[in-house]
Design a protein around this ligand. Structure first.
Ligand SMILES: [Zn+2]
Length: 263
C-alpha cells in the first residue's frame, strides 16, 4: 500500500481527483465517455429487482489461472445475501488467453475486460458483472485485486500466491476467497464510494475501505502485506455497517450517487 492510484470521479462535470490508495482504479472522464461508470455505479441495479431480475458473474481466466471453486462459491453466497435477484445469480467461467502477462494498469484491465465481456453489463433483465484472472501483476504490485469501473474487476493470482507466507496461514486460497468478495464489495459501492454512510466506518487513511478488521472491506485485504495483519482467519463477510449501508441504499434512505441506472 505504498503507492496510490489516482482516481477521478466525474460529478456534475467537475473533475475531482482524490487519491485513493490501492485497489480502486477509476477514471471519471474516460468512463463517462464510454458509460462504463465508476465502482458502485451499478449498485442500485444489483440491490433492486424491478428490471434486473437475475445476475451473472462472468469469470474470464487465463489458462492456469482459474479461480478456486471456494472463491466463486463464496462470492455467490455473499452476493445472494445482499442483492435482490429473484431469478438467481450464476457464475459463467470462460478460459481466455490474455496477451498481456506482465504488468496491468487500470486502463489495461478496463480495456481488456470490455473486449472480453460476453454481454453488455445490463442486458434485458440480466445484470452482468465481470472478473478477469490474468497472468502478471498490477502496476502497483502490492495490489491483489482491483475494481476499475461499474462492472469490471481483476484479480492478480501471481501476487496472491506471493502474499502467502511460508506457514500458509492464511493460504493463497483463503486470500483469494476474501479478495474476490472484497472487490465485488467495491462494485457494490462499499465503503462510501457512491454514498456517505451514517456510520463512521470508513478508514480515513484508506478511502473506500472499512476501518473494521472483521469486515471483508478492511483495507489490508487487498494488500500483499495481508499476512502481516492476519495470522490465520481472514474476514470473508461484509460487517453490520456494510450491510446496513446496502440496506439503506436499497430502501432509498441513503442517497446513492453516480448511478448508471436507477429504479
Ligand atoms: Zn479495496
Amino acid at each position: 500500500m505504498d503507492k496510490s492510484v489516482r482516481i477521478c470521479f466525474g460529478i456534475l462535470g467537475v473533475l475531482l481527483a482524490p487519491l485513493l490508495s490501492g485497489c480502486i482504479g477509476t477514471d471519471g472522464l474516460a468512463n463517462s465517455a464510454t458509460n462504463r461508470g465508476i465502482p458502485g455505479g451499478l449498485t442500485l441495479a444489483c440491490l433492486d429487482d424491478s428490471v434486473y431480475t437475475s445476475m451473472v458473474v462472468e469469470v474470464d481466466y487465463h489458462p492456469g489461472y482459474r479461480p478456486e471453486t471456494t472463491s466463486t462459491d463464496l462470492l455467490l453466497e455473499r452476493l445472494d445475501s445482499v442483492c435482490d435477484k429473484p431469478q438467481g445469480i450464476t457464475i459463467q467461467l470462460t478460459e481466455t488467453s490474455f496477451t498481456n502477462d506482465e504488468i496491468w494498469t487500470a486502463d489495461d484491465v478496463r480495456d481488456v475486460g470490455w473486449e472480453e465481456k460476453s454481454h453488455d453489463p445490463r442486458d434485458k433483465s440480466v445484470l452482468y458483472w465481470q472478473v478477469i484472472f490474468p497472468a502478471g501483476v498490477y502496476e502497483d504490485s502490492s495490489v491483489l485485486g482491483v475494481a476499475v469501473d461499474a462492472s469490471t474487476v481483476a484479480m492478480f493470482k501471481d501476487s496472491i500466491d506471493d502474499a502467502e507466507n511460508i506457514f500458509r496461514r492464511p493460504s493463497a486460497e483463503k486470500i483469494e476467497n476474501s479478495v474476490l468478495v472484497h472487490e465485488f464489495g467495491h462494485l457494490l459501492g462499499l465503503v462510501n464510494i457512491v454514498y456517505t454512510s451514517p456510520a463512521d466506518h470508513e478508514d480515513s487513511e484508506h478511502p473506500g475501505h472499512s476501518n473494521n478488521e472483521d469486515s471483508v472491506m478492511y483495507w489490508a485485504i487487498e494488500s500483499t502485506s495481508i499476512s502481516n495483519f492476519f495470522s490465520n482467519e481472514l474476514p470473508t463477510e461484509f460487517d453490520l455497517d456494510d450491510k446496513q449501508d446496502l440496506i439503506g441504499l436499497a430502501d432509498g434512505s441513503i442517497e446513492c450517487t453516480d448511478q448508471l441506472w436507477r429504479p
